[in-house]
Design a protein around this ligand. Structure first.
Ligand code: MN
Ligand code: MN
Length: 270
């Protein structure tokens, strides 16, 4: 199924490729080079697993929960620059016209942050790329202690790895349900998760992943009572397999099952 979804995805990219510049069509497939986690498709008949492909990141949106199921992106040094946070939180105008659009005020006075999945800080090479991360389809309600604490610390750590000569493939999202905001239109996840693949910067990335490639996975509580701002992100590490069991998604599915079963079963200890 995952293979089929990817072929469908590639076909959609092929269909839209005349509409976008050469650079853009390269980055469309870039973010999902390691595989698509679920069989998301860009048709309104699949409202709970609606594929949204952007040059900066790719996501599966759920019309019912009002948040992404997962967001996927690649980061290497070419994405990093001097651009400051755009802070232009806004509804995603590319959602189907008849669907409710979660907007910049939807999270107001909820006690939850508008938490970026693909971070603003991972897209600082151009104004347009940074601004793209502020659409509400890239947000989930995040407890401040999660978002501003260990979650943010892990984001910073990832960018440090890039500055040290690595490139990363990242998936993240929320899981579970602890409440609603915006009159029930947005669900607050019980926890947040992230899976990261780390390789040396280079070309032909798929061919360079081995059984011993480093992966980092975390599951963090999304309630202020259960997580502290100064908690070490490392204390939330689990195996990729644990996140796959929790979510039902298959990460890094473009790699052989032998390679996946090796690097997905271990917990990062670096
Ligand atoms: Mn954040
Ligand atoms: Mn997998």
């Amino acid at each position: 199924m995952t293979n089929f979804a990817y072929r469908l995805f590639s076909f959609i990219v092929f269909l839209v490729s005349p509409l976008v510049s050469q650079t853009d069509s390269v980055s469309l497939s870039e973010n999902l080079a390691m595989g698509i986690p679920s069989a998301a498709v860009s048709t309104t008949t699949v409202p709970r697993n609606y594929l949204m492909v952007k040059p900066q990141f790719v996501l599966s949106y759920d019309r019912i929960t009002g948040i992404p199921n997962w967001v996927a992106w690649h980061i290497d040094s070419t994405w990093l620059g001097e651009i400051k946070r755009s802070n232009n939180f806004r509804a995603d105008s590319t959602l189907p016209e008849q669907w409710y659009r979660v907007h910049q005020e939807s999270y107001r006075r909820s006690g939850y942050d508008r938490g970026h999945m693909c971070p603003s800080g991972d897209r600082t090479n151009t104004q347009n790329n940074n601004s793209a991360t502020f659409v509400m389809t890239n947000m989930i309600p995040q407890a401040p202690n999660n978002n501003q604490g260990p979650w943010a610390a892990l984001e910073i750590y990832c960018r440090e790895l890039v500055l040290q000569g690595k490139e990363l493939y990242i998936y993240c999202g929320g899981n579970g349900l602890q409440g609603f905001l915006d009159s029930g239109r947005v669900q607050i996840p019980e926890r947040t998760w992230k899976t990261i693949l780390v390789i040396d910067a280079g070309t032909n990335d798929l061919l360079r992943v081995t059984s011993s490639t480093r992966t980092i996975a975390v599951i963090m509580p999304n309630r202020n009572e259960l997580i502290k701002k100064n908690n070490d992100w490392r204390s939330f590490r689990v195996s990729v397999d644990s996140v796959e069991s929790l979510t039902g998604y298959d990460f890094f599915s473009h790699l052989s099952t032998t390679i996946q079963s090796s690097f997905e079963s271990s917990v990062d200890a670096q």
